[in-house]
Design a protein around this ligand. Structure first.
Ligand code: ATP
Ligand code: MG
Ligand code: MG
Ligand code: MG
Length: 578
């Protein structure tokens, strides 16, 4: 491609709104341009990179036996009402109406759409297992779109869905996807870690996130240096969308830092009492989001029912608490409810013997419930669950904002490491959550009707571009991994007006292209310095310069990831780059 013929609007200076290296370089190198917050155009160079990532994704998906299709981006509201997510997905779902005032949503994810399709088209066990995938634009009205393609409101996702007739079948489908994801991220040149995410209230234990390691990552990965157990420590800011895999991703897996194991006996209840510590007060006290606190309470409950006391004047309204805690394991009560149901309003008895724990609740009047006190440790900002019938500590996990360096792995006692990561992929065993809600069934070999056992698997295709650049750059610009680079050779002619240089450059351009090598040919009249700076910024693996020694048939070569250049006879170039 000739530079003059294409559109690569490079910038000398950093854009003022770009906080991360990947965002800066992707704008400066002319890969992307913002149309509105979290909404981007892929310019020709960025589009080539995107296509390369998509090619890798497609190849590995096909190898894993997944089949591509394309679902609609515009969904009728009824579809989302069927699964129940129309009401719980929250503000992240982009909603609109057609000319007849019928409600629609722009697809934020496609569990509903695919389940509806398979429900109609696959009726027998003989058609299973089946894994379908698509690469498509998703819409999520993110609260904080940022870092270029990293968190967009319109972004490109690869999403796959598996349908199986048995749990073992799901296990196999899941493992195949897990392995395919590892291969994809390796080929993208990423340093990444597959970590356990919490399965939350949806049921099922298996869900993994694939994290590209990067300081700008929004998730915290806790990793045991000894047994290599890894989990998502960070309770990410809540996305409020009721999306199965999102729910899980944003919940902390606290296994690795849990100090004690709660007894599973009895119906343990955690009651949060606004008279003592409202979630809003805890928020101020701990300096972390209310969402995290509510989720932490759910984790402390360890799958047992949670009673949350909700007050009308609180930042958290009932729906939100219910959404956060998971409707299935949560009983929500207002003070009045509690009064009616239990005959009293909970009172305050803490602080419960732990001097620097700000206590929460315990009320003997709530009969029939075992209670766990949820408190916040003032000195180290831990959230702690306390069960009065035991040695007083139920769960205890690392600082919810920043990890506690002193913590040790609960599995092996090994030292824990904490890294920041970008969630580039997420695999998730859904089970029958959607098939049951949407009555999507097949007939088994005895003629009995059963819900499909499903898995869902997402990759942030556009986010991957940012993650790759974040890991592959230096102070001058991008350094593309070989499978991702938009072109392999950056050909520069130093003096465009020098006929000898021009002729050699033109012939090299033609010759390389004939051998199938993708070349970006800088045929502009600009100063050589500007062309070299652009070559560093664009980051193609090999720069070939036709300059002073053109008359001797010699060119200068420089690899982007090396500092030294070397000379080469021009006629050897096609073989050299092969
Ligand atoms: P996050 O925790 O970053 O909000 P998520 O858990 O909500 O992501 P999933 O629902 O698991 O995302 O979607 C699958 C994949 O899509 C994610 O692993 C991520 O790579 C990508 N993704 C999610 N939201 C965005 C976004 N706003 N912009 C770009 N990519 C995204
Ligand atoms: Mg999200
Ligand atoms: Mg996720
Ligand atoms: Mg997530």
């Amino acid at each position: 491609m000739r530079f003059r013929q294409t559109l690569i609007p490079t910038l000398r200076d950093d854009p003022s709104d770009a906080e991360t290296a990947s965002h800066r370089f992707m704008v400066r190198a002319g890969l992307i341009r913002q149309l509105a917050s979290g909404i981007y155009t892929y310019l020709p160079l960025g589009f080539r990179v995107l296509r390369n990532v998509e090619r890798i994704v497609r190849e590995e998906m096909e190898k894993a036996g997944a089949v591509e299709l394309l679902l609609p981006a515009l969904h009728p509201a009824e579809l989302w009402q069927e699964s129940g997510r129309w009401d719980v997905y929250g503000d992240e779902l982009m909603r609109l109406k057609d000319r007849n005032d019928r409600p629609f949503a722009l697809g934020a994810t496609h569990e509903e759409a695919i389940t509806a399709l398979v429900r109609d088209e696959v009726k027998s066990y003989k058609k299973l297992p089946l894994t379908l995938y698509q690469i498509q634009t998703k819409f999520r009205d993110e609260r904080r779109p940022r870092y270029g393609l990293l968190r967009g409101r319109e972004f490109i996702m690869k999403d796959a869905y598996s349908f199986d007739a048995s749990q073992e079948g799901l296990d196999r489908s899941y493992t195949r996807m897990y392995d395919a994801y590892s291969a994809i991220f390796r080929r993208c040149g990423l340093s990444f870690r597959a970590i356990e995410a919490d399965s939350g209230a949806i049921g099922g234990t298996d869900t993994h996130e694939f994290m590209a390691l990067a300081d700008i990552g929004e998730d915290t990965i806790v990793h045991c240096a000894h047994c290599h157990y890894a989990a998502n420590l960070e309770l990410a800011e809540c996305t409020d969308n009721g999306n199965a895999h999102t729910d899980k991703a944003t919940m902390t897996d606290d296994e690795s830092v849990r100090q004690g194991t709660p007894s599973a006996s009895g119906s343990r209840q955690i009651v949060e009492t606004p008279d003592v510590k409202t979630i809003a007060q805890l928020t101020r006290f701990l300096g972390i989001g209310a969402d995290r606190i509510v989720k932490s309470i759910a984790l402390l409950a360890d799958g047992l029912p949670v009673v949350a006391l909700v007050r009308g004047d609180r930042e958290l309204n009932e729906t939100k608490v219910r959404r956060l805690l998971g409707a299935t394991t949560t009983e929500l009560m207002t003070e009045q409810h509690i009064a009616e149901k239990l005959g009293s309003v909970p009172g305050y008895i803490g602080p419960v013997g732990l001097p620097d724990h700000v206590a929460v609740i315990a009320d003997e009047e709530i009969r029939g419930m075992r209670q766990v006190t949820v408190g916040a440790n003032a000195s180290d900002r831990h959230l702690v669950g306390v069960d009065p019938e035991r040695d007083f500590r139920v769960s205890h996990y690392g600082d919810l904002r920043t990890a506690s360096p002193g913590d040790r792995c609960a599995r092996c006692g090994g030292e824990l490491r904490f890294d920041k990561g970008i969630e580039v992929g997420h695999v998730f065993k859904l089970g029958t959550k959607y098939s049951e809600a949407m009555r999507a069934t097949y007939l088994d070999d005895t003629g009995k009707s059963r819900p499909y056992i499903m898995g869902c698997y997402g990759i942030g295709v556009s986010r991957l571009l940012s993650a790759i650049v974040e890991q592959h750059h230096d102070e001058a610009g991008i350094v593309w991994p070989t499978e991702i680079t938009p072109y392999r050779v950056h050909l520069i002619v130093v003096q465009n007006k020098d006929p000898v240089q021009k002729e050699l450059a033109e012939s090299l351009y033609d010759g390389l292209r004939k051998t199938g090598c993708e070349v970006l040919y800088d045929d502009r009249d600009d100063r050589p310095g500007a062309k070299f700076a652009d070559a560093d910024l664009l980051g193609l693996p090999l720069r070939v310069t036709v300059g002073k020694r053109a008359s001797e048939g010699i060119v200068e070569c420089k690899r982007r990831n090396e500092s030294e250049s070397f000379e080469l006879e021009a006629e050897r170039l096609p073989d050299f780059v092969r």
